[in-house]
Design a protein around this ligand. Sequence first.
Ligand code: M6R
Length: 610
Amino acid sequence: MCGIVGYAGQSGNAKEIIIDGLKRLEYRGYDSSGIALISNGKLEVRKRAGRIANLEEMIKDESLNSKMGIGHTRWATHGAPSDINSHPHTNKDGSIAVVHNGILENYVELRQWLIEEHGIEFRSEVDTEVIVHLISIYYDGNLEDAVFKALQRMRGAYAIAAVCQDDPEKIVAFRRNAPLIAGIGRGCNFIASDIPAILRYVKEIYLIENNEMVIVTKDDIKIYDIDRNEVHRDIFHVTWDAESAEKNGYKHFMLKEIHEQPKGLYETLRRRIDDNGMINLDGICLTKEQLENFNRIYIVACGTAYHAGLVGKFAIEKMAQIAVEVEVASEFRYRDPFVDDKTLFIAISQSGETSDTLEALREAKRKGARIISVVNVVGSSVARESDDVFYTWAGPEIAVASTKAYTTQLMSMYIIALYMGITKGTIDKEYYESFMEDLKEIPDKAKKVLQLESMLASLARDLYKNEQIFFIGRGPDAGVSYEGSLKLKEISYINSFAIAAGELKHGTIALIEKDIVVIALATQDKLYEKMLSNIQEVKARGAYVIGMATENNKEIEMQADKVIYIPECRDELTPLLSVIPLQLLAYYIAKERGCDIDKPKNLAKSVTVE
Ligand code: M6R
């Protein structure tokens, strides 16, 4: 995710301090970085795609003596990662620089206005450039006046920081639904998007609220509300060390990311809904004719992303009525699959750099398939090589075990399926609207599921000594079982196995004996009774069964030893909720076993080798 750091002080080493702050945000993921310094009365901007090391290399021989400036790490949203798209962005004469986190929603309209009314020539593809030109137009000798005026025209969720060589003592920053803090130093002050960026220098900060402006000079920090009234804010004393600050107080990134799921789900959905409440695939062209032309869809991915595809298959087949095959990429690429120009190939990948997925995509492309990818990292290889990209809005995922990427991938699959169905005419408006309503409720329901955390932590204490745990489920629940089992084995090293519940009797049930733990997902109303029978089968062999069902289905208590309830929800959507307790359970079991949760042995976050 993008990061902002700003410094106003007395020593001439603003460059070093800002770069150091940016480095402390590296863990969040980024694809480019940049810095704007007021040096010898002039605004100097340097920026580079790639690692911060590239930026450092660029400026290492320049003195750039400066007492103030702003810096940024960018996680691309508008426009690919490149030098030109990196922040800071400057106005026409290079006297004002702006860094920006978040999204300017009405940037297309503002960009048009700036071109037509003010003859602005844009250099980059990013929304941030609109902001700096807007500020520049309103600038009349006072930077905060100009920023206030520009804000009146800006819609979206963002935090910005601006500096100006003609008003060189101050950094002007503003927050609207994106984090921003100001740090109180000695003879210097800071702004930042996140505490870790400045924790080395300050322990006392002001938390800036929504719709507040903060003006930072070396001597002072002033906060104003949107009506320009000065605001008094209590000082927040940071007691965390740098490491726990990066994790926002959570012990592990995995736990932090599990808790970020309601937000990721909300963002992934929100960004695909237009003002009329309809799905807008924003540039992804899928017409009725095209959809009718496809006779097959392949969803190809690896690991957790593959499990998202398994659930996606149910949604797409049901709503768009096109046959879907889901395959692991490492198999697909070597088996000479039947692909032609009537094939839609959907690649799912968090990183967008997984070698197997990329090669499978290339293979499908060579054979004439239309390629759509569902990707989290903007500008990644999978994204670049696809005909169209549907970005998930999970934000950077740091823990090796994928959690929020999975749920946002699921959300994306539902959105794509729903769009296909309504466009092709295989679902009617009534179904579409009620499904949309149910989708919108998911982020809040996910929050509710997170409240099960202490119960799951206590269940983990009962389970952590087991050396085998089975997962069973039917329909979409089978897909979630695979994911729950993968989560458990990869971080706790417990031997875990997931199987479609109806398959048990064809062999695997031979392994079930007294006290073997079976986690049985029974969230599908349609398959509920069948699952109760499967639970009886394993109970009869002595298994200890932990069932999962929606709140209204209580009969399961007669069969299972313990039940995890998730909120009421339509069958198709339960995977978005049912996976969360399994993630938490895996997390707490691994914690009890003393495992290195964020970096499990033998695994890498991005598997770029075959
Ligand atoms: O980056 P990708 O989504 O393409 O990664 C695919 C798998 O390597 C990944 O989902 C892996 O299974 C997870 N890290 C497991 O939690």
